[in-house]
Design a protein around this ligand. Structure first.
Ligand SMILES: Nc1ncnc2c1ncn2[C@@H]1O[C@H](COP(=O)(O)OP(=O)(O)OP(=O)(O)O)[C@@H](O)[C@H]1O
Ligand SMILES: CCCC(=O)O
Length: 366
């Protein structure tokens, strides 16, 4: 019997670009990164106000490429800063749209993903989904305790890529994602290290503005007392401190660039400070992986390194040298988020999974 085939439009909005793809089942038949002029985006006060502009740009691009959208079976967008939810594929519904519009857990370009998917899909009378948004929260209760009773640890991470890569590696090992324990380090503009236990990310650093290794542009964990003193020194506004931690932290703060390729060039040219800082970033990732191995009680089937920084051979070597005693290190550079969105939608269209209904919130209060 011939297998039913599905055509899916996937949308991944970033701060300065919108990545789109059209998939025929698992096969990508068209992918494009639409770059948005910073001036054009600046005209909108809030990220959410950009949705009509981005929608028109997507539709014009598809039209220009000769892609007939009436043949689509579903539209799937990257989900945003919603309420904390468990991983999976979610049908876009009214409550989700409201939360995305008001930015329930903050403003992030991915908030546009579900809205754009809904806008395009509803005009075609087909379903709209989001998959594994950054707020996927499967933390064990013990991982929520920060040590300061007024602040709870939160799960904000590269859930889409981490889970997709973990599923892929599990498959290569002949196992289901739900049968293995992995440590996945996504190393991009932000860095998140997740402890994946039998299909659930039971501990992970909040890589957006919380904690963990420093990254190309984020500070990660900083000494708490010194940070409090700096905040109350009278020298900085709140926004300035936030900008120094997120966007202006990490490599940007020390070396003035978020581009690891440039940093590697600086090191090649004998820059000792660049060498120390770049090695420190690898050191902090390795330390976080070590912590995740303790979370998994040493039962680790593999350590997976992914994201743009995983292309850096020396960087990867420095991490691997410190952690390969724990488990095999598997390097999967870059990210495959469009493919992951398509696969998430396919699992539902094929009836392998049921679309989850939002909010299926997790209990977070201690
Ligand atoms: N060949 C390479 N060697 C070393 N570093 C690289 C290479 N290619 C890209 N990078 C670095 O990877 C980082 C960006 O990674 P990536 O593209 O995954 O981030 P992003 O998508 O912008 O952010 P995020 O992954 O946090 O969502 C940059 O510092 C970039 O310089
Ligand atoms: C950590 C959440 C994803 C991002 O880097 O924006």
């Amino acid at each position: 019997m011939q297998e039913h085939s599905f055509r899916i439009l996937v949308i991944n909005p970033g701060s300065t670009s919108t990545k789109i793809g059209v998939f025929h089942n698992e096969r990508s038949i068209f992918e494009k990164t639409i770059r948005h002029d910073t001036e054009a985006l600046r005209a909108y006060k809030k990220i959410i106000d950009q949705y009509e502009f981005r929608k028109q740009t997507i539709l014009e691009t598809l039209d220009h490429e000769g892609i007939n959208i009436s043949k689509l079976d579903a539209v799937c967008g990257r989900g945003g800063l919603l309420r904390p939810i468990e991983g999976g594929t979610y049908a876009v519904n009214e409550v989700m749209l409201q939360d995305l519009r008001r930015g329930y857990s903050g403003q992030h370009a991915s908030n546009l993903g579900g809205i754009l998917a809904h806008e395009i899909a509803s005009a075609l009378n087909i379903p709209a989904f989001i998959v594994d948004p950054v707020v996927v929260d499967e933390l064990d209760p013990i991982a929520r305790i920060s040590g300061f009773s007024l602040i709870e640890r939160r799960s904000i991470f590269h859930a889409l890529n981490q889970k997709a890569v973990a599923r892929r590696v599990a498959k290569q090992m002949g196992k289901a994602y739900e049968e293995v324990n992995f440590i996945v380090a996504h190393m991009g503009g932000g860095i998140t290290v997740g402890a994946h236990k039998c299909g659930r990310v039971i501990d992970v650093n909040n890589g957006l503005d919380g904690e963990g290794p420093f990254s190309p542009e984020r500070a990660g964990t900083v000494p708490a007392g010194d940070l409090v003193s700096l905040c109350f020194s009278g020298e900085y506004y709140r926004e300035e401190v936030m900008r120094m931690l997120v966007g202006g932290g990490g490599l940007v703060g020390y070396l003035g660039t978020n581009d690891a390729v440039k940093v590697e060039k600086m090191i090649e040219n004998g820059d000792e400070k660049a060498k120390l800082v770049y090695s420190a970033m690898a050191y902090q990732v390795a330390k976080e992986i070590g912590a995740a191995s303790a979370v998994l009680a040493g039962k680790v089937d593999a350590i997976i390194l992914t994201g743009g920084l995983a292309y850096g051979k020396q960087f990867v070597k420095e991490i691997a040298d410190r952690v390969q005693w724990i488990a095999d290190v598997i390097v999967q550079p870059g990210e495959n988020e469009l493919q992951a969105l398509a696969e998430g939608a396919l699992r539902v269209l094929r009836g392998e999974e049921e679309a989850k209904q939002y909010p299926r919130a997790v209990k977070t209060t201690v």
